[in-house]
Design a protein around this ligand. Structure first.
Ligand code: ACO
Length: 377
């Protein structure tokens, strides 16, 4: 009899050196460095290099990596045409998944074991995903896509491509830190999905588009959008308790709470909360953030003793909303960050690849007779 673990909980599906989580104490490390330290001292692109190459880059390596990324931000006009053909009421994650899959048709990368192919595919994907996300954001509103600007850093350029305004550096820094905190998280659902695809030796664009599809779901990257929708539905502090109690009495889950691994508060939620506190102390209070804090406080009280606490998606949506993003774009911003982690696992997996082909426990019948259509009732 094969052992069965629903949701593969507790089953190791790979050996990895990319990141480490200790859910009992709320520890997350990328390549051995705590995320709090990276959030305070690094940038998203430097962290991406660390995830991909298992070390922080030297000055020369960093310069070359950043320059290669800047020079691959643009997307072909046919990809923009493809985005223009998509319905404006569609979900941004579907637009991103379709456009990333289409990118693979322009940049065939069949020699996936070749380090040069791996490098340039990673550069293209990390550089172009923000351009695709912002293009759909603009086109959906009936506006023209804005070309990337080579003189702006990764986060500033993304915000610029949304609004045609160079953002306040403090806001861009907040977004960059959000990207660091979302860049990688061990064997999560979307990474696993990408790795299953990678194990077939499919090209990296297909790998990333599989992972994007998995990230979209509300149990994974879709939760940030639902948190903001929940906060808007609650409306004000005095409705928090009755709203949460009603949800729990109806055996519904509170979005933005709970995690398969963390039995304490998700360290990424704590870091995002600290960033939000600094931001709102500097630029004026945010009623949405104040409401989120109250929801967390009451939610913690109601879920006490169950090991269920705020997760990464609890505060990220509040920050993205403050930057003016539409809630259905939050998972796409998550994807802009997580593409680094997916690619780090893709590169690692190809070093010692084996096709994923798990077993199953068959619970059906055997030896059934085929009944002709006329005899079926
Ligand atoms: N609110 C209330 N109860 C919860 C919550 C929650 N958010 N999360 C888990 N529980 C309860 C379940 O009802 C269940 O209770 P029971 O044992 O009495 O039936 C128990 O905790 C275990 O829950 P599972 O869903 O089986 O645990 P799992 O490890 O699969 O859950 C998950 C992880 C899917 C993230 C879950 O906590 C959840 O659905 N959270 C809300 C959605 C969310 O915020 N997702 C984002 C996660 S972060 C990320 O993916 C980037």
């Amino acid at each position: 009899m094969q052992e069965f673990s629903p949701g593969l909980a507790g089953v190791a599906a790979a050996k990895s050196k990319v990141s480490f989580v200790d859910g009992q104490i709320g520890l997350l490390e990328y390549r051995g460095i705590r995320i709090e330290e990276l959030a305070a001292k690094s940038s998203f692109l430097e962290t991406t290099y660390l995830l991909l190459y298992d070390r922080l880059p030297t000055q020369a390596e960093r310069d070359r990596f950043l320059s290669d990324l800047v020079h691959h931000r643009r997307i072909k006009y046919r990809i923009i045409d493809l985005i223009k053909c998509l319905p404006e009421h569609g979900h941004p994650m579907d637009a991103l998944q379709a456009a990333v899959a289409a990118l693979g048709m322009f940049y065939p990368a069949r020699q996936v074991l070749d380090p040069e192919v791996q490098y340039w595919s990673a550069v293209r994907l990390i550089a172009k995903v923000p351009t695709i996300v912002s293009a759909y954001y603009r086109v959906r509103r009936g506006d023209e896509q804005i070309q990337p600007r080579d003189d702006l850093d990764h986060a500033s350029n993304f915000l610029y491509m949304l609004t045609e305004k160079v953002p306040n550096p403090a806001i861009a820094k907040v977004l960059d830190t959000c990207l660091i905190l979302h860049a990688e998280h061990t064997m999560n659902a979307s990474t696993f999905s990408g790795m299953v695809t990678a194990s077939t030796l499919a090209d990296p664009y297909t790998v990333v588009s599989s992972a994007i599809g998995t990230l979209k779901g509300p149990l994974h990257g879709g939760a940030a959008q639902e948190v903001v929708e929940m906060l808007e539905e609650i409306g004000s502090r005095e409705h928090v308790r009755s709203y949460l109690e009603k949800k729990l009495a109806a055996k519904q889950k509170l979005v933005g709470f709970g995690h398969r691994l963390y039995k304490v508060k998700d360290p990424r939620a704590a870091s995002l909360q600290a960033i939000a506190q600094q931001l709102f102390a500097q630029y004026g209070r945010s009623p949405l953030y104040d409401l989120a804090e109250e929801v967390e406080r009451v939610g913690e009280e109601l879920l006490r003793g169950k090991g269920i606490h705020a997760n990464v998606d609890f505060y990220s949506g509040v920050l993205y909303k403050t930057m003016g993003l539409d809630p259905d774009f939050f998972p796409a911003v998550f994807a802009m960050a997580r593409v680094s982690g997916w690619l780090a696992h893709w590169v690692e997996q190809l070093q010692d690849n084996r096709l994923f082909r798990p077993g199953q426990i068959y619970e059906g019948v055997h030896g059934r007779a085929y009944v002709p259509l006329t005899n079926r009732h």
